[in-house]
Design a protein around this ligand. Structure first.
Ligand code: 5AD
Ligand code: SF4
Length: 445
């Protein structure tokens, strides 16, 4: 009988994409995937280290799973991803974590999973946390086990070498490396043939993609790759995440502007509106530099939606620094934002060199102010869409009503409208009649 694996994923899109690679490696090796943890012989938890609360969530989940272990003595429990890489064999110390774990496998070692499982079966604990300078899993066709059949991720580069002082990613995901363009194009072609209509090109630093073609010796850049993917078919939408402002070139913006099917939504994490804080974060741009890139986006792609990431309460952030973040948010008018309290991560430059000196209550209050402002900005942005007409790619039934369907427009806004027998993957022209701060509501025209 085939053994069954269950994969649970935490964190970023890259992790969800990695879990599809893990599923592929396992099914190639005669394991089958199940969607039910209780039904599994092997449970993999693909983990995130980005903030302390992400790690706490996983540690709690591991504790919960000990109950299942008691019922199923042969159950194998493996920790994958960023926490595996950061904590390594510490995760195997039951006294430290409160949980018994059999395997610890870092993000570049997934090809080794079948062998590591054999080691576990023969009674050993198994660990592989070696980071690679080359691994891109280019030849592995991900199993889209949790997919809606319409949109899919394609991982195009891995790792990060920017060393923002707050960030753990360079330590958990290693050096930057880009995947062979041919393998990306063939994966995108294949998805299109199978009925997928939206692809998101993924990387920790996606717009610094650079691949040297073996044959021609030519270096392929991100704008070139993006345009090649868009050329597959006009009815295939292309998105990408996440970009660093330093690599957001005019050339890239022009490629987005001239290709109808490259979506007009740009996620450009700013982190802070204060140049002093940005310098301390080692972000490699100033407030003015960031605003200059925003001006370029608005002039080259006038109807682009712009979203961002913001950290409240980084080391030595003053009230004035915080006010500058607030004013930058207003200047840009972000359509959407992910907002966080600074969380000190062990091993990062900030942890080693700076004091985490903004008191918890101040961090919380600043974050609340940022969230409140963003809610206002999102509502304003959505209200401005009332009366406009968008092409929406249907993803499925709306969560709230069987009579409605939902999908996204090019700006990545969720649009809900009455179902007239649409199928996932249909494009529908919708006129917007109403909105909340999170959703547009309309009807087909
Ligand atoms: N604390 C809080 N937020 C962080 N991020 C990254 N590291 C930290 C940290 N130590 C946020 C950044 C990044 C997003 C993925 O997570 O905003 O863009
Ligand atoms: Fe979490 Fe970042 Fe790792 Fe993604 S890359 S899993 S967000 S720490």
């Amino acid at each position: 009988m085939e053994k069954k694996i269950y994969i649970e994923t935490y964190g970023c899109q890259m992790n969800f994409s990695d879990s599809e690679i893990v599923a592929s490696i396992m099914t190639e090796n005669n394991y089958s995937a199940t969607r039910d943890a209780e039904d599994a012989d092997i449970i993999f938890i693909n983990t995130c280290s980005i903030r302390d609360n992400a790690e706490q969530k996983v540690l709690n989940r591991l504790k919960q799973l000990q109950v299942l272990r008691k019922q199923k003595p042969n159950l194998v429990l493996g920790v994958l991803g960023c926490m595996a890489e950061r904590l390594k064999t510490e995760l195997l110390e039951e006294a430290a974590t409160g949980s018994r774990v059999d395997m610890v496998v870092g993000p570049d070692a997934y090809r080794d999973l079948p062998q590591l499982l054999l080691d576990v079966e023969s009674g050993h604990k198994a660990v592989n946390v070696i980071l690679s300078t080359e691994e891109t899993y280019a030849d592995i066709t991900p199993v889209r086990y949790a997919s809606n059949g319409v949109s899919a991720f394609i991982s195009i580069m891995r790792g990060c070498e920017n060393f923002c002082t707050y960030c753990v990613v360079p330590y958990t995901r290693g050096k930057e490396r880009s995947r062979n363009m041919k393998s990306i194009l063939s994966e995108a072609h294949d998805l299109f043939e199978r009925g997928f209509r939206e692809i998101t090109l993924l990387g920790q630093n996606v717009n610094s993609y650079q691949y040297e073609d073996e044959k021609s010796g030519k270096t392929i850049t991100f704008p070139e790759l993006l345009e090649a993917v868009a050329a597959i078919d006009l009815s295939l939408r292309v998105r990408f995440a996440t970009s660093h402002p330093k690599d957001m070139s005019d050339e890239l913006l022009q490629v987005i502007a001239r290709n109808e099917n490259i979506c007009n939504s740009i996620h450009l994490p700013v982190q802070s509106g204060s140049s002093a804080v940005l310098k301390k974060m080692n972000r490699k741009y100033t407030r003015e530099g960031y605003l200059e890139r925003i001006a370029a986006i608005k002039s080259i792609i006038p109807d682009a939606a712009i979203s961002t990431d913001i950290i409240a309460g980084f080391c030595s952030e003053t009230e004035d620094d915080h006010k500058q973040t607030i004013s930058l948010m207003e200047d840009v008018g972000f359509d959407f934002a992910y907002m966080f309290k600074y969380s000190e991560r062990p091993g990062t430059i900030a942890e080693k060199k700076f004091d985490d000196d903004v008191p918890e209550d101040v961090k919380s209050r600043r974050l609340q102010e940022i969230i409140q402002l963003q809610n206002k900005l999102s509502l304003r942005s959505n209200r401005a869409d009332i009366g406009k007409i968008f092409e929406v790619l249907v993803e499925g039934k709306s969560r709230k009503s069987e009579k409605m369907v939902s999908g996204r427009n090019s700006q990545n806004k969720m649009v809900v409208f009455p179902d007239k027998g649409y199928k996932p993957g249909d494009y529908v022209i919708v006129k917007i009649r109403d909105c909340t701060s999170a959703t547009l509501k309309g009807e087909a025209v």
